[in-house]
Design a protein around this ligand. Structure first.
Ligand code: ADP
Ligand code: MG
Length: 335
């Protein structure tokens, strides 16, 4: 019997949780493949460093898009690589895998996640809904009759979910999250400074000096790009206020999504949420000032989960550790 492991297969990052050990792997969901042979050249961190820098014969790609699998074979190869890496120090053969899926994906998309996991070498696979896993990982008491709200801002999607009695009462998913913020920064630099910057630079600006609240200004950063007027390399200094302006439209989409979900929440649960607050998870939760902005707009206390990037994996881990055979919670499918 293989060991049980949990996987958070995210658009931006993949995490692996091994029963009895905790999170043993956190890597970007990026794969570098050789164009002609489709041979995998690098996976994870190593491949991410290649994004935007590969020679013609190699493509660094992100096989998931907006929370779902866009490139089946590449996703399977990536997971297979991660299984092997994890197996290297734990001596297991084919693992039993619990993997999460975004709430509201189609049956076809669900099936693809199961198939890809088996294809990658799992002995059996079970699915768990991502907002539930994130809420458990963030320490919310999801089994209570108390309503709670979790907002998970990942790479490709923002998921807002209201939960009660261990189930999802309603959920809204928005294809606007970390990646769109990076794209908005790239577009802004083009428009305002005639400078083309790469995805990695845009993400760095967002993480290092990005903020969504004027009171949390974070200074300047000097970056390099290409001047679109003369084609030459250029160096400029960018301010925190500029990044805030660049991100403002995407941020307002996220805020609107939270507000709409609150408006659609049954009144009793909404009043629970007013009492208990909103929990933020996913990498986007780390965006400076976002908790303050959401609190101000909704009038509801907003908290950032302890390790927002780990929430989903920690939540799956909880399920793996606490439920003996897990049969009541999840259903395994074998090859
Ligand atoms: P996914 O579950 O979709 O893989 P994650 O929850 O791992 O996504 O979050 C990844 C996103 O979070 C990326 O867009 C990344 O740029 C963003 N992110 C990570 N750290 C920060 C930070 N400190 N500030 C703002 N955004 C961040
Ligand atoms: Mg995620």
């Amino acid at each position: 019997m293989g060991k049980s492991i949990g996987i958070d297969l995210g658009t931006a990052n993949t995490l692996v949780y091994v029963k009895g050990k905790g999170i043993v792997l956190r890597e970007p969901s990026v794969v570098a493949v050789e164009a002609r042979s489709r041979r995998v050249v690098a996976v994870g961190n190593e491949a991410k460093l290649m994004l935007g820098k590969t020679p013609g014969s190699i493509t660094a790609m992100r096989p998931l898009k907006d929370g779902v699998i866009a490139e089946f074979d590449v996703t399977a190869a990536m997971l297979h690589h991660f299984f092997n890496r994890v197996a290297g120090n734990t001596l297991f053969s084919r693992p039993r895998v619990i993997i999460c899926i975004p709430y509201g994906v189609t049956e076809v998309e669900k099936r693809a996640v199961q198939d890809v996991t088996l294809e990658a070498g799992a002995q059996s696979v079970a699915l768990i809904e991502e907002p539930i896993a994130a809420a458990i990982g963030a320490g919310l008491k999801v089994a209570n009759a108390q309503g709670s709200m979790i907002v998970d801002i990942g790479g490709g999607t923002t998921e807002v979910a209201v939960m009660s009695l261990g189930g999802i009462v309603l959920s809204t998913s928005l294809r606007s999250a970390g990646d769109e913020l990076d794209e908005a920064i790239i577009a802004y630099m083009k428009r305002k400074h005639n400078i083309l910057i790469g995805e990695m630079t845009a993400e760095m600006l967002k993480k290092n000096i990005g903020s969504v609240y004027p009171q949390s200004d974070r200074g300047n950063m000097v970056i390099r790009g290409r001047n679109l007027l003369n084609g030459l390399p250029a160096t400029i200094s960018v301010t925190s206020a500029e990044i805030r302006e660049a991100m403002s439209e995407e941020i307002s989409h996220i805020i609107d999504c939270i507000r709409t979900t609150l408006e659609n929440t049954p009144p009793e649960l909404a009043s629970d949420i007013y009492d208990n607050g909103i929990m933020l998870a996913g990498g986007g939760a780390l965006l400076s000032g976002l908790d303050m902005l959401i609190s101000r707009v909704t009038g509801i206390r907003t908290t950032i989960a302890k390790s927002p990037l780990d929430c989903v994996a920690v939540g799956i881990g909880h399920v793996i550790e606490s439920v003996g055979d897990m049969s009541g919670i999840v259903t395994f499918r074998s090859r």
